[in-house]
Ligand binder design. Structure first.
Ligand SMILES: Nc1ncnc2c1ncn2[C@@H]1O[C@H](COP(=O)(O)OP(=O)(O)O)[C@@H](O)[C@H]1O
Ligand SMILES: [Mg+2]
Length: 190
């Protein structure tokens, strides 16, 4: 696993030294919150059992960052650790955190592990899900802001094949086009 930091920035944790990264967790939490250095870290439990690269990604400063890792290498573990770190150590409001994944399975897994790590209430306040479900939720919530849309938020989202099937049905059922000649592409312009 490789945590990519913006140019000029190095991973925050001097790696491989258990006591050093624990100390670093304290320092980082204090720095980021602007609190006095006497502030004690509540827990570093979410760092237990992580390897060096995972710890670096979890403790990284709040800046755009890319973490590259293969399947089964502990990405979800890092995401959950990172969210736990943000909430419990840095005091970030759960409602300010967005966690998105590609598959329903991964989204479910992330949610379950988040609940175990930060509790059901915090986990529920984090916006999480697949790209599709989160986008659809956002659209439903804010669709009224779209000028001239003029409808409610109880819309259905059709993919390409749904769209073509519907157009074909209208052509055949309502416009008496021969079933064999109905070409949704002509109507859609694609
Ligand atoms: N540093 C680690 N030490 C031991 N087990 C780990 C470590 N990181 C991840 N795992 C375990 O490996 C499995 C895959 O981790 P996961 O975070 O689901 O990977 P990914 O999301 O990349 O597929 C899980 O059972 C997880 O608990
Ligand atoms: Mg995963």
């Amino acid at each position: 696993m490789h945590a990519g930091f913006p140019p000029g920035q190095t991973p925050p944790v001097p790696l491989s030294q258990e006591t050093t990264w624990r100390q670093h967790a304290h320092t980082l939490a204090n720095k980021t919150n602007g609190a006095q250095t006497t502030r004690t870290v509540k827990s570093t439990k979410h760092l237990d059992g992580m390897n060096d690269a995972q710890r670096a990604a979890i403790l990284a400063p709040i800046v755009p960052m890319k973490v590259l890792a293969g399947p089964g290498s502990g990405k979800t573990r890092v995401l959950v650790g990172r969210v736990t770190h943000l909430i419990t150590e840095l005091g970030v409001a759960p409602s300010q955190i967005l966690c998105i994944t590609f598959t329903n399975k991964a989204a479910r897994e992330m949610k379950e592990r988040l609940e175990l790590s930060v509790g059901a209430e915090n986990a529920a306040a984090v916006t999480s899900g697949t790209f599709h479900s989160v986008s659809s939720r956002m659209l439903r919530k804010h669709i009224h802001l779209l000028d001239g849309y003029g409808r409610g938020n109880d819309f259905a989202i059709y993919d390409e094949s749904d769209t073509r099937a519907l157009i074909r049905k209208i052509l055949v059922d309502n416009m008496n086009v021969d079933k064999k000649k109905a070409d949704p592409g002509l109507v859609k312009g694609t």
